[in-house]
Design a protein around this ligand. Structure first.
Ligand SMILES: *Cc1c(COP(=O)(O)O)cnc(C)c1O
Length: 374
């Protein structure tokens, strides 16, 4: 059964994006595919398979639980956990052969203890805070403490070091700040053992600062087809989102629509009620400015977005029937709505639009959707 409210994912587009990213960095530079947050809403396992097919060398998740999901699906590629290792997750990180992130000597010892108990070797990457102000070491003293702790460990191996840019997609000032972060990073990693993987670029930096690629780059949003900065060409969006029209009716002039009576019809109109609301992940704040696509035409959303439904003005659109499809994200005829459009309406960013689908929304993969149309 095809869900009445569904996000449709195109794994071939994910693979194509990875190929494009892969070809934009030197062959000696590894490419890591960021599949945290369930692959930015695209499905972590399916995204991982597509990214590996497109040439990804490594995967990254935010938490150990996400790494376990990949391992249980049979994925054997190296997986880096971007969040700092925690006492409750360290053992599972080791057990599932995840590369964990450390930023204190205590964290190194947590990994050592877990690995020793399991009689295994485990890998860690060191996180450096060069100006994001989130996790990571900031001082050379902390770094030296960690190097010291590592010397006392026989089960933990340091195989990488990384930092994260906070403003690589920013204007002129952001670009200056990114260069400062990069310089701080180089200085901090100077005394580290040679041969470990040094990485700092997210999607925006991959495009803007190719000279900072070092040994590996980390692609997130660009993998999903959204240009991190203007002027990135050839990326394909990988997600569309469709719901179903459940009801069509005529409303007289001066009729109120939805909660709070914020909308009143200026003249007689025809409306469609659509099976999608904020509990499905449609941002309530986006309703006022937004539209959906029905039969290839724009239909303005009127009144407030409800928990489970929304209402659109279909006055100019012929032959709309209950059961017809309403496109919330994606293409219909010559019109399309991007995650950036939805983000602009809701006052957020494309990232949040992609990963904000709720459990009630079905996720299907492109082949299945095409199957349905036959
Ligand atoms: C999420 C994340 C990324 C990916 O960022 P994009 O802007 O989506 O490319 C890279 N590195 C770290 C540490 C992250 O948390």
């Amino acid at each position: 059964m095809i869900p009445r409210n569904r996000r449709i994912i195109d794994p071939a587009a994910i693979e194509s994006n990875m190929r494009l990213i892969r070809s934009s960095v030197p062959a000696t530079v590894r490419v890591l595919a960021v599949v945290k947050a369930d692959g930015y809403g695209h499905g972590a396992v399916e995204t991982a398979h597509a990214a590996i097919a497109g040439g990804a060398d490594m995967l990254a998740v935010a938490a150990v639980s996400e790494g376990i999901q990949l391992r249980e699906a049979g994925i054997t590629a190296p997986v880096l956990v971007l969040g700092a290792v925690t006492a409750c997750d360290a053992a599972n990180g080791v057990k599932y052969d995840l590369i964990q992130t450390v930023c204190s000597d205590e964290m190194v010892l947590l990994c050592e203890k877990a690995a020793a108990e399991q009689q295994k070797q485990t890998e860690v990457h060191l996180k450096v805070d060069t100006g994001m102000g989130r996790i990571g070491i900031r001082s050379e003293a902390e770094r030296d403490g960690i190097l010291q702790a590592l010397k006392s460990c026989s089960h933990v191996r340091l195989t990488g070091v990384f930092t994260h840019f906070s403003d690589a997609d920013g204007e002129e000032e952001g670009m200056l700040y990114t260069r400062e972060q990069y310089e701080r990073f180089l200085k901090m990693i100077e005394p580290l053992p040679k041969g470990i993987i040094r990485h700092c670029c997210n999607s925006a930096a991959i495009h803007r600062f190719p000279e900072m690629a070092l040994d590996m780059v980390r692609a997130g949003i660009s993998l999903y087809g959204y240009p991190p900065v203007p002027g990135t060409h050839g990326l394909l969006p990988c997600m569309s989102w469709k719901a179903t029209i459940s009801y069509v009716k005529e409303l007289e002039a001066d009729a109120y629509v939805s909660y709070g009576r914020t909308y009143r019809s200026p003249h007689p109109i025809r409306t469609a009620t659509i099976t999608c609301g904020y509990a499905d992940g449609y941002h309530r704040a986006g309703g006022e400015k937004g539209y959906v696509l029905i039969h290839g035409k724009k239909a303005k959303i009127i009144g407030r977005i409800c928990m489970d439904q929304m209402i659109a003005d279909i006055s100019g659109i012929e032959n709309v029937q209950p059961g017809d499809e309403a496109v919330l994200l994606g293409t219909s005829g010559n019109e399309s709505i991007t995650a950036e459009d939805l983000a602009a309406w809701a006052g957020t960013i494309s990232y949040e639009i992609l990963c904000s689908s709720s459990g009630r929304v079905g996720r299907i993969y492109k082949e299945a959707e095409q199957e349905r149309r036959k």
